[in-house]
Design a binder for this molecule. Structure first.
Ligand SMILES: *[C@@H]1O[C@H](CO)[C@@H](O)[C@H](O)[C@H]1NC(C)=O
Ligand SMILES: *[C@@H]1O[C@H](CO)[C@@H](O)[C@H](O)[C@H]1NC(C)=O
Length: 353
């Protein structure tokens, strides 16, 4: 219909106006509502940020029961304070780039044997305050794992799991937190040459064999507060003397027990096997350090070579370019000189004529 537009009467025009106003007001009120929401409620989905030159996902405190689909390539995953119950074999299979994984304060109690296997680059794992009774022994073979925090779990089946552990472990553990884990002895992880900080506090240990300590030949600090009150004094003596001799800082909540006459009178017999254990730990430490330095040396050499090659290729390329340019110039000259020659020969011809 040709006149349909002009047929819009003043009535319908005003209703359009009302609609537009309503729309504008609607969006505005929606906006102010979301502002209020933003101020009052936490975000309900994971956020992404860069920290220490790494890409990380932050999903803390979102009441999530499973790890949602995340952007690939994340190196940090903060999933603390959620409701995760299970770590399945494929939970982390898409996130093998993770280096720092924080899972504290969830409700984790089932961990698949292969849950951590994809995490080749994992350096720090925080499993504190969950309901974990054991961790798969494969965790201790992750080649980059330096910090392991498991405080506040009842690790009552850990010893059983570790029966199949291959020792020495591959993880270069530096910090190990097993505080408040209801263990009655320190787990047998074999030599731990890189270990600096061991937190075994609040555990009510029934023994503290010197052999375990000798396996940690670079230990700097050991927290034993609330853990050794049940151990016989004379059984404790060699370990305490050893820690003292090796300048290991140890925390006890009650030093009165080892300042008694009774403790002083206990014999401090060090079994002969201890030196062997200690030497094995030291040897592995040196081996690891040499490995690292030789890797570094190789990296430097390879880097130097690569740099040299790149420079060499660049020079070749530049030479090639200038050659091409020269040839082109030469060709141009040649293509212009014949015409000169022609003119010249024409001139000669003219002169001859
Ligand atoms: C060891 O763990 C306990 C409990 O988690 C904590 O209070 C304490 O500060 C830790 N010790 C050290 C030396 O970090
Ligand atoms: C063990 O090492 C200590 C100190 O390095 C040494 O005094 C002691 O004689 C050694 N014991 C044995 C049985 O070799």
């Amino acid at each position: 219909m040709p006149g349909s537009h002009s047929n819009l009467g003043p009535q319908s025009q005003s209703s359009w106006l009302i609609l537009v106003i309503a729309l504008v007001c609607g969006t505005q009120s929606k906006e102010s509502l979301s502002d209020v929401e933003m101020l009052s409620a936490k975000p309900n989905r994971c956020t992404y940020a860069r920290a220490y030159d790494m890409y990380g996902a932050h999903c803390g405190g979102l009441q999530l029961t499973r790890i949602p689909s995340l952007k690939p390539g994340i190196e940090i995953l903060d999933f603390t304070e959620n409701r995760l119950r299970e770590l399945k074999a494929d939970t982390f299979s898409s996130y093998s780039s993770i280096r720092f994984l924080y899972l504290a304060e969830n409700a984790i109690f089932i961990i698949d044997e292969n849950a951590f296997s994809p995490l080749y680059y994992l350096e720090t794992l925080d499993l504190s305050r969950n309901a974990i009774m054991s961790v798969p022994s494969g965790l201790f073979q992750l080649p980059s794992l330096r910090n392991l925090y498991m405080s506040g779990n009842a690790l009552i089946y850990l010893d059983r799991e570790l029966q199949s552990l291959q020792r020495p472990i591959k993880a270069p553990l530096e910090n190990l937190d097993l505080s408040d884990c209801r263990i009655d002895s320190l787990p047998n992880l074999g030599v731990l040459p890189q270990l600096r900080m061991y937190n075994a506090s609040q555990n009510r240990l029934s023994s503290l064999p010197l052999a375990r300590l000798a396996e940690t030949c670079n230990l700097w600090k050991m927290d034993l507060s609330g853990s050794i009150d049940n151990i016989d004094l004379c059984e404790l003596k060699p370990t305490i003397v050893w820690m003292d001799q090796n300048r290991i800082i140890f925390n006890l909540d009650n030093y009165a027990r080892i300042n008694t006459y009774e403790f002083g009178n206990c014999p401090a017999i060090v079994p002969e096997t201890i030196n062997t254990t200690y030497s094995a730990c030291k040897a592995r430490y040196i081996e690891g350090r040499n490995g690292r330095t030789s890797r570094q040396t190789w990296l430097t050499i390879c880097g130097g070579l690569a740099g040299f090659l790149v420079g060499f290729i660049l020079i070749l390329y530049l030479m090639h370019r200038s050659n091409v340019a020269q040839t082109k110039r030469a060709i141009k000259k040649k293509s212009t000189t014949p015409s000169n020659n022609e003119n010249y020969s024409k001139e000669i011809l003219l002169n001859v004529k």
